[in-house]
Design a protein around this ligand. Structure first.
Ligand code: DOR
Ligand code: ZN
Length: 420
């Protein structure tokens, strides 16, 4: 079964993409392709062609918090947002620290989305994420986990972090490290700085993130093992990562669209929709992060999709839960950076597809013959306003709710099959 997607815009060139069943045959300049017989044709005029993205850091809330998100609703948001693969964190209830929970997640994904997006669970690093006892990583890997993390609950003990890295390495699992020194700021609501002072609320200093990143990068060097630094939010952490890379340490890192687009001033007016962990920081931090994603110091983008019910967010700042719903909006938001000339278009492919594929050993589409036919078409001119009605995720908790945005994913194929 052949399909030709004609006249698509790919890195500013007009191309035709030929697919046979679930694989790419060729991508050529538009009009240069002799089509096989019985070839279905899809005219993509005016639409941008991109490889399906990988989101290496989402919270899908099932089991345990299905009122916030289910695996079905999360994967639906993913595919409509341009993601063909998502890696889901372990802070469910029960925690994903055993094979039964991993299998349940995979079964749910298979039942609701048999043709994708693909779900790749991340196992807990410690039992119940408590930081006291190692989780059974061999069992987690065998059940289908592709990485290990204590995300949401930073690991305070350096000794425990060392054991996590060593044990994970026995099973070739990368550790995704939520870096935050929990002793530096308890019950924080935002970044510590002038703005937290003005608002009179408890802040969390950026140095707490950098301190733990430095510790774990040094541990990685000492042990000769890799570490992946989660949701980097500060300029100081970027410097620590650059230092580690310059020393040849196997450190990789991620940040999220919101740290590139927003800063702590968003919390003026005590807007709890802008409360997230780690917190939005200063404009200086935001600018350093933009440079770091452009130059590759930060390897990948992730959403840290953290859906919550609106009643958990629309409350006093100190009571509100942390996190943003991200899957529906990430491509639109990062396309905005391309439009503003802050990132080249190709950087989106690198940050959202190529590098996460390399780091976590997941299949990606580089539009070469034989690659998986996983791609989406994006309308750069579609103007829309995210609302409770048009977001596919159950989580409507995004600071961009009600704001006019341009660009939206229009069609998505996975394994050569049109999902929408
Ligand atoms: O904002 C966040 N929300 N950061 C985390 O680390 C955890 C996440 C969640 O699970 O809600
Ligand atoms: Zn997270």
């Amino acid at each position: 079964m052949y399909l030709c997607v004609k006249n698509a815009l790919h890195l500013e060139a007009l191309v035709d993409l030929l697919i046979e069943d679930e694989r790419i045959v060729t991508m050529t300049p538009a009009g240069h392709q002799k089509l096989p017989e019985n070839c279905e044709v899809f005219d993509a005029e005016g639409l941008v062609l991109m490889p399906s993205f990988i989101d290496a850091h989402v919270h899908l809330r099932e089991p345990g918090f299905e009122y916030k998100e289910t695996i079905a609703s999360g994967l639906n948001a993913a595919v409509h947002g341009g993601f063909g693969s998502v890696m889901c964190m372990a802070n469910t209830k029960p925690v994903n620290d055993n094979a039964a929970v991993t299998s349940l997640m995979l079964t749910k994904a298979q039942q609701s989305h048999p043709h994708g997006p693909r779900l790749y669970p991340i196992g807990a690093a410690t039992k119940n994420l408590e930081g006291r006892e190692l989780a059974p990583m061999g069992e987690l890997k065998e059940a289908g986990c592709v990485a290990i993390s204590n995300d949401g609950r930073p690991v305070q003990s350096s000794e425990m972090m060392r054991r996590i890295m060593e044990y994970a390495a026995d099973f070739s699992l990368t550790v995704i490290d939520h870096c935050e020194d929990p002793t530096l700021a308890d019950h924080w609501v935002m970044n510590e700085g002038e703005m937290s002072g003005l608002l009179g609320v408890k802040g969390q200093p950026a140095v707490g993130e950098a301190l733990q990143a430095a510790r774990d990068i040094m541990l990685a060097e000492y042990l000769g093992l890799p570490v992946h630094i989660a949701h980097v939010s500060s300029a100081l952490t970027v410097d620590v990562i650059a230092w580690g890379k310059a020393r040849g340490i196997a450190v990789t890192a991620e940040t999220c669209p919101h740290y590139l687009l927003l800063d702590e001033s968003a919390l003026e007016g005590y807007n709890a929709l802008c409360k997230v962990s780690p917190p939005l920081r200063s404009t200086k931090d935001r600018d350093a992060l933009l440079r770091a994603v452009a130059d590759g110091t930060i390897d990948i983008l992730v959403t840290d999709h953290a859906p919550h019910a609106l009643h958990e967010k629309m409350t006093a700042l100190d009571q509100a839960l942390v996190g943003f719903s991200g899957l529906d909006l990430a491509v639109t938001l990062t396309w905005g950076l391309v439009k503003e000339d802050l990132l080249p278009e190709d950087a989106l492919h690198r940050l959202w597809a190529r590098r996460p594929g390399e780091i976590f050993h997941l299949p990606t589409n580089g539009f070469a013959p034989g690659d998986p036919a996983d791609f989406f078409l994006f309308d750069p001119h579609a103007v829309w306003i995210p609302s409770e009605e048009n977001l596919y995720s159950k989580g409507k908790n995004t600071p961009f709710l009600g704001q006019e945005l341009s660009g939206r994913v229009k069609h998505h194929w996975l394994g050569g099959k049109a999902i929408f």
